[in-house]
Design a protein around this ligand. Structure first.
Ligand code: CAA
Length: 284
């Protein structure tokens, strides 16, 4: 199957990044969201990223214009009626995702592949909301999408081998590295990353060290580009909590219990960088 037209659902941090890398790779991309203001914000982020590439002399103004020309805003899900691939990057909520996939199943062409960028929800359950579970797959991009090389490609229980192969090949055209993973809670990335972040929060909660010290140990001692508490703020504390709850519920194992301090911060609305305050405070 030849992929040319892509719809990305959700113009937030992840969706706009995915739309950008798809358009940069030459695909025609419809970036879909519920409100014009969300689309405006997504397009503004993409434009800013491309302008930075032009300023650094890595991209010409013509290339930037061509990339932006391949991106079309969408406020109507019916626009999925002629695409080859949908990559859903909407909010992490199973009810919303299953509803979306069941609608997309009605709208998208019969041979279109429906992918989700979920960070931890079961692909198999999302696929079960459609009549084409063999064409449903996980494509888990990392944040910030334009920079990070990895895409975890997650096979649902029914995902067809040909579909996996098409998505693996397509991911390579995005200048990303696909890694094959099976459908278990948190896949590989968040099964390992989130318990580490959660443990860093416990370390703070128990008074073992200050937040700065915890981050410094992991940055200088393990060569992590960001300390775990800075990274948690960057990802969003609500997202971290949601993923820990998914692991806790999915495995039924208390080793995944979310730290009470994480719960408290989320309840307070301290969601990290996006809300201006998490473990650290952010200006602007
Ligand atoms: N969008 C686009 N480009 C960005 C960017 C963004 N949001 N943030 C940084 N960049 C680019 C910069 O423009 C810069 O590009 P050049 O080198 O081409 O000039 C490059 O990235 C490096 O940026 P900086 O010099 O400003 O800062 P840095 O060296 O500290 O790198 C970082 C920033 C890439 C974010 C780095 O700190 C890092 O790798 N952090 C860890 C990120 C990580 O772990 N991501 C995974 C999160 S988990 C996840 O996404 C999955 C999930 O389900 C929760």
């Amino acid at each position: 199957m030849n992929i040319q037209k892509v719809m990305v659902i959700g113009a937030g941090q992840m969706g706009s990044g995915i739309a950008q890398v798809c358009a940069m790779a030459g695909y025609d991309v419809k970036l879909h969201d519920l409100k014009q203001e969300y689309l405006d914000r997504g397009f503004s982020t993409i434009t800013k990223n491309l302008t930075r590439q032009v300023d650094k002399g890595r991209m010409s103004e013509d290339d930037k214009a061509a990339i932006l020309g391949r991106l079309t805003p969408s406020l109507d899900l019916q626009n999925a009626s002629d695409v080859d691939l949908v990559i859903e990057a909407a909010v992490e909520n199973m009810d919303i995702k299953t509803k979306l996939f069941s609608q997309l199943d009605e709208i998208a062409p019969q041979n279109a592949i429906l992918a989700t960028n979920t960070s931890s929800l079961p692909i198999t359950e999302i696929a079960a909301a459609t009549k084409r579970p063999e064409k449903v797959i996980g494509m888990h991009f990392m944040n910030p999408v334009p920079v990070m090389k990895l895409v975890e490609i997650i096979r649902g229980l029914a995902t067809a081998d040909e579909v996996y192969q098409v998505i693996e090949d397509m991911t390579k055209t995005l200048n990303k590295v696909p890694v094959e993973v099976n459908d278990f809670p948190g896949f590989v990335s968040n099964r390992i990353l989130m318990p580490m972040i959660n443990e860093a929060i416990y370390t703070l909660y128990e008074g073992v060290a200050t937040k700065e010290a915890i981050d410094e140990v992991m940055k200088l001692g393990m060569n992590h580009p960001m300390g775990p508490l800075t990274l948690a703020d960057f990802i969003g504390l609500d997202t971290c909590l949601y993923i820990m709850e998914t692991l806790h519920e999915g495995f039924g194992d208390d080793k995944y219990r979310p730290c009470p301090l994480l719960r408290k911060y989320v309840k307070a609305g301290w969601l990290g960088k996006k809300s201006g305050r998490g473990f650290y405070t952010y200006e602007g």
